[in-house]
Design a protein around this ligand. Structure first.
Ligand code: 26V
Length: 825
């Protein structure tokens, strides 16, 4: 790695003794003058807010300096557009990056407050559903840590992802309210607001600068900024989230006539846009409000960045040299049309010049290939809501198809497969095609996924633009997922690999030489044990079940989805339960099977799977025969904060998606970095984890992506598969006949019937191979020295999955911006 800029000194210079005294003074001042509270009456929440405000001041110093520097030097900047940022809590991470964790704990303690306790009452900012949103949050922190000047743009939802309660084994969704105590991290920027239009009509000539879109409805987008501090407090990025406000919050006319509802109708309609996160990661919502959200934040972000650019440089033709716009999936794909509109209609550029600028500035990341997940919008809806954008999309499409036709000569190209408009399903705009055609680079998120992009969904476009698709395998921030979440392991790593490991996580590979060291095994086992005790306490609080921390913690945490196959896991658990009961005196490896995750509220099958796991848990956990060997836990309300406790306590990581369906996965990386062994399929980034840690150190099972494809083309009768698979029939019958739902015997008949009709997700097909892999895990658990050697080998080779590495790849190969801080090596 080359050093592209000299590494500045940390921005915070305090003598350690000073630090504590200064922080105490700062906290007390915040408490008194910002919150109007006296220490003697302050509630835990007041201390939290005062602590955050004190930490924020330190961040603001760095933030203003880095923003000023990037402005003065005119450096190229990254604009990361994402409908989701799954941030979680921020205080512990911010203190860690500022190097203030110890001083803040000491300061609070001297003020009579337990920092660890107040940190846990910070709301978990869940402005995202799952992997895509968490990736955006990891990347904002990694850009700050590697010195890539960046702004993240998204929506400031009043309500993030729903809270999950489990009632009688079933998921209940409860509204989330992270802003109820206000958000001390953010700065409201009333002065940065933009008008966002919807509907209306387009008039004027077709000439650039002479087209007028007169929207029927206009709402304001108001900016809220949060600084994200990078490692060692050297740099900060900005997360700018938009809130929707009405232009006329109150109609006095309506009010005076006694129409109270009508008086605030405009306000309600406008504010609905940033009211709530769509809780869906299974099928696109397809609702008008969702399209309004997408356009709202895309338009506000582009108006903002074009205005800033113009103010700074006085021209727009150099936009591609100064701005890299990254589209996080297709949710902001309207950026292609909106940037064209701003350049042509507002700045009078020609179509050709506008297109060169647009294509030179935008790039797009795809996060899923599942056809049902690809966004399309009815042309009729788009015409009504965004008439000018629809014209522009037609314009792009006509020129694009024309160019393809011409360059093909006489050759026959299937234009319908590349068109931005799907003509077969009632005329719809294909957002992935819009994003693809409008971008200079398109990337997938793991090697397998990027190859599948070329072979499947994007094959026709890939033939036309063979250079456009590239791969950047996902990464995770080691600051949150190792240093903050697992301080015990971190200090062991520092002892073995040197202090520099925190600056350059890839130095963690030095650990490999010590993989067989019994003293290290003992130390790591004791750290893991402590982490498991912490998790066991939470399990007891949240489910009432007592688990043994010496048992193997076998964990599957992620959104509940058929393709992620929690069903395969619980069916195999039932087979294990049966096996233990039939041979109770055998030396079974004691296991705690831990599940957590949310199901989309309208995804019936996923909800049934949650119900089944909980029902199985009731039976298994109350059976004295299996008492010391098997427990089944479903931890309610999985979120970022829960993951931070669960992952460092895991022995076994379940990454068992149907091959070809998980674009990458990022939980897999977090577990392996923390030393859990993976049981998994050859899917997404599991493949690359296996390549790095070595085939002996990962438990791979099941069909490959190619085998899945072949099996789908020529499906074997499920009755045949079941008959050929030991134990499977019994497990399926028991579930179908109500052995786990005695009070509603038919509860899972439909779920099992579904499997018997079609094994689309290869649950039946992969069952035996999974079961055998689990028995290999048992054997390995019995040999603890070998287990720990493998665990250390996993940690040692997972530094590459750092978000810093991923960001450097984006910076070099896609954005063409220098990463200020190179890894020390
Ligand atoms: C998944 C599915 C699954 C089945 C049916 C329809 C559907 C629709 C959407 C999605 C996922 C939405 C996008 C997403 O969150 N993708 C995730 O992105 C992560 C970051 O790149 C990646 O690690 C996950 O593998 C990928 O699922």
């Amino acid at each position: 790695m080359t050093e592209t800029a000299s590494k500045p000194e940390p921005a915070i210079h305090f003598e350690p003794d000073d630090q504590v005294e200064r922080l105490k003074a700062e906290i007390t001042k915040k408490l008194t003058y910002s919150l109007g509270k006296n220490a003697s009456v302050a509630q835990p929440h007041d201390w939290l807010t005062a602590g955050i405000l004190a930490a924020r001041d330190h961040i603001v110093d760095v933030w203003q300096r880095s923003t000023r520097e990037s402005y003065q030097t005119g450096r190229k900047r990254v604009y990361y557009l994402s409908l989701e940022f799954l941030i979680g809590r921020s205080l512990a991470d911010a203190l860690n990056n500022l190097g203030l964790t110890g001083a803040m704990a000491q300061a609070m303690s001297e003020l009579g407050v337990d920092l660890a306790a107040i940190e846990t009452i910070e709301p978990d900012a869940a402005l995202g559903n799952g992997g895509l949103g968490r990736l955006a949050a990891c990347y904002m922190e990694a850009m700050a840590s590697t010195g890539v000047p960046a702004l993240g743009y998204g929506i400031r939802y009043d309500h993030g992802l729903f809270k999950q309660r489990i009632d009688g084994g079933k998921q209940i969704e409860v509204p989330e309210d992270w802003l109820s105590f206000r958000n001390p991290w953010e700065f409201e920027r009333r002065e940065s607001s933009y008008k966002i239009g919807f509907g209306g009509s387009v008039t004027g000539t077709a000439k650039p600068g002479e087209v007028f879109w007169e929207p029927e409805e206009t709402v304001f987008a108001v900016a809220y900024d949060t600084a994200i501090i990078g490692w060692r407090g050297r740099d900060a990025t900005t997360l700018r989230l938009w809130r929707a406000r009405a232009m006329h919050p109150l109609s006095l006319d309506a009010f005076n006539q006694g129409d109270l509802v009508g008086a605030v109708a405009e306000r309600n309609r406008a504010e609905a846009i940033s009211k709530v996160l769509y809780p869906n990661d299974s099928t696109p919502a397809g609702q008008e409000l969702r399209l309004r959200q997408e356009f709202f934040f895309t338009s506000a972000s582009l108006q903002d960045l074009v205005r800033r650019h113009y103010r700074q440089f006085g021209k727009l033709d150099n936009l591609p040299d100064k701005a890299a716009i990254q589209l996080n999936d297709t949710h902001p794909a309207l950026a292609v049309a909106e940037l064209m509109r701003l350049l042509i209609d507002q700045h009078g550029l020609s179509w050709e010049d506008a297109w060169t600028i647009t294509n030179g500035t935008i790039s797009y990341t795809n996060h899923t290939l599942l056809p049902e997940a690809l966004e399309t919008w009815p042309v009729a809806l788009m015409e009504r809501l965004l008439p000018r954008h629809m014209q522009i999309i037609f314009g792009i499409n006509a020129r694009f198809l024309d160019a393809v036709r011409r360059s093909a000569g006489g050759e026959n190209v299937d234009l319908s497969s590349i068109s931005l408009i799907d003509e077969y399903h009632g005329r719809r705009v294909r957002m992935a095609h819009l994003a693809f055609v409008g971008s200079h680079t398109v990337n997938g998120v793991s090697a397998l996924h990027s190859n599948l992009m070329k072979e499947t969904v994007f094959a026709p476009l890939h033939r036309i633009f063979p250079e456009r698709i590239t791969n950047v395998t996902n990464g995770i921030t080691p600051r949150r997922w190792l240093l903050s979440a697992n301080p015990g392991l971190t200090s062991a790593l520092q002892d073995v690999c040197g202090e520099g490991v925190t600056d350059d996580i890839e130095q963690i590979r030095k650990l490999a030489q010590h993989a067989r060291d019994p003293a290290l095994h003992e130390r790591l086992a004791s750290i893991r044990h402590d982490n498991k005790l912490k998790l066991a306490k939470i399990i007891r609080q949240d489910t009432g079940v007592v688990v043994d921390p010496t048992a193997m913690f076998d964990v599957q945490i992620k959104r509940i989805h058929e393709y992620k196959r929690q069903l395969l896991n619980i069916l195999e658990t039932i087979a294990l339960y049966d096996a233990i009961r039939s041979e109770p005196y055998r030396d079974w490896a004691p296991r705690v099977k831990i599940f957590a995750g949310k199901a989309a509220s309208n995804y019936g099958t996923a909800k049934a799977i949650i119900n089944l796991i909980n029902d199985v848990a009731v039976v298994v956990n109350n059976d004295i025969t299996t008492r010391d060997r098997l427990k089944v836990i479903f931890l309610p309300n999985y979120n970022v904060s829960a993951a931070e406790v669960i992952i460092p306590a895991a022995d076994l990581s379940e990454q068992i998606s149907t091959a070809g369906m998980e674009a990458s996965g990022t939980g897999n990386m977090k577990f392996a970095l923390n030393g859990a062994l993976t049981i998994g399929t050859l899917d997404g980034a599991n493949i690359e984890i296996g390549e790095r840690v070595g085939a002996d150190n990962i438990m791979i099972f099941g069909m490959t992506a190619a085998e899945v494809e072949a099996a789908r083309l020529a499906p074997r009768p499920t009755s045949e598969i079941i008959a050929a698979t030991p134990h499977l029939e019994g497990v399926l019958d028991a579930v179908a006949d109500g052995a786990y739902s005695p009070r509603e015997r038919d509860r899972y008949r439909g779920l099992v019937e579904g499997l018997r009709v079609s094994d689309w997700f290869m649950v039946l097909n992969d069952f035996e191979s999974y079961r055998q892999a689990q028995r290999r895990v048992d054997a390995l658990w019995a040999d603890q020295p070998t287990w720990w050697t493998k665990s250390i080998t996993n940690t040692a080779h997972c530094g590459w999955f750092s978000a810093d590495r991923a960001i450097r790849e984006y910076a070099q190969r896609i954005w063409h911006v220098p990463a200020g801080y190179a890894a020390k090596s």
